[in-house]
Design a protein around this ligand. Structure first.
Ligand SMILES: Nc1ncnc2c1ncn2[C@@H]1O[C@H](COP(=O)(O)OP(=O)(O)OP(=O)(O)O)[C@@H](O)[C@H]1O
Length: 276
């Protein structure tokens, strides 16, 4: 897989007329990492993702993807390295048929038609959308529309994926499908930076979490650590993940792993039975 690294160096960015939203922000995401970006509403998470894919350019500092400086690289070059899923799926849908939407980026990249069709069929299958291939994207339900944006990214086959609240429209079956796909992509070495307010989802799927606040990354670590930062609990739309919260309430070491929790709790129970 091509170089998937993402690097922010001392990045500053402010929307027109507003005070700087991001200030001297530095971070890296390496190939094979699945990193969650969390923080309060308005902290600048979506803005950061747009900077990461080159839709926005930093006022100061440097953003690079796969070694390309986003300020200098041409959009077709960036599109070979990074793909983005927007927070509102419908905002990025631009074709009148599901299969056309999935094929769009590969066609734009000038791939041979046989390859475009192979990728499109594969992506529709992975996302369980084959039966909807000839539907209009706006005739899909919200979760299917979200899966359609995922299918388009799968067909684009880029090493770095930027996903803005990817799970927000999913029902339980769609979420399970998405988490299965995510696990396979992680082991294939794809780099993923995703925004989520669902901390249970983050705890299950992202070994590294970045907390964005005050224009910078204020915490960077495993979910057990970052998602329990009192500062995050105070200002975020999310809620502490259930399992570590339960561990804390029961006086156990926090874990996001159900089997570890089960073993620790059984040990406590058998100890208390022995003492009784
Ligand atoms: N297109 C825009 N034009 C001008 N200002 C914008 C634009 N998009 C975002 N902003 C400003 O940037 C701030 C941060 O927005 P952003 O969407 O990056 O935050 P966020 O952390 O992703 O929030 P949320 O969790 O609610 O999605 C907003 O409060 C808004 O004032």
């Amino acid at each position: 897989m091509a170089d998937a690294s993402l690097c922010f160096e001392q990045v500053r960015y402010g929307w027109d007329g507003a005070p700087p939203l991001l200030k001297e922000l530095s971070l890296t995401v390496a190939a094979g990492e699945c990193v969650a970006l969390v923080g309060a509403n308005g902290a600048g998470k979506s803005t950061l993702l747009r900077l990461a894919c080159g839709l926005l350019a930093p006022s100061e500092g440097r953003v690079s993807v796969g070694g390309l400086d986003t300020r200098n690289a041409r959009p077709p070059m960036l599109a070979r390295v990074a793909g983005m899923m927007f927070q509102e799926a419908e905002r990025q849908l631009c074709r009148g048929r599901v299969r056309e939407e999935v094929a769009f980026a590969s066609r734009l990249a000038g791939l041979p038609e046989a390859e475009v069709e192979r990728r499109t069929a594969g992506a529709l299958e992975v996302t369980s959308l084959t039966a909807h291939a000839d539907a209009h994207p706006f005739d899909l339900n919200a979760g299917e529309r979200r899966l359609l944006t995922l299918a388009a990214l799968i067909a684009q086959d880029v090493p770095l994926l930027l996903l803005d609240e990817p799970t927000r429209d999913f029902d339980a079956a769609q979420l399970a499908l998405f988490e299965g796909w995510l696990a396979r992509e992680k082991s294939a070495g794809r780099a993923i930076l995703l925004i989520s307010h669902d901390y249970d989802f983050v705890a299950r799927n992202c070994p590294r979490v970045l907390h964005l606040a005050g224009g910078g990354v204020v915490a960077d670590g495993p979910p057990e650590q970052v998602l329990h930062d009192p500062a995050l609990q105070g200002d975020s739309a999310g809620a502490a993940p259930t399992l570590p919260a339960l561990c804390r309430a029961l006086g156990l070491a926090p874990t996001t792993d159900a089997a570890c929790f089960d073993a620790a709790w059984r040990a406590v129970l058998s100890k208390s039975r022995g003492e009784a």
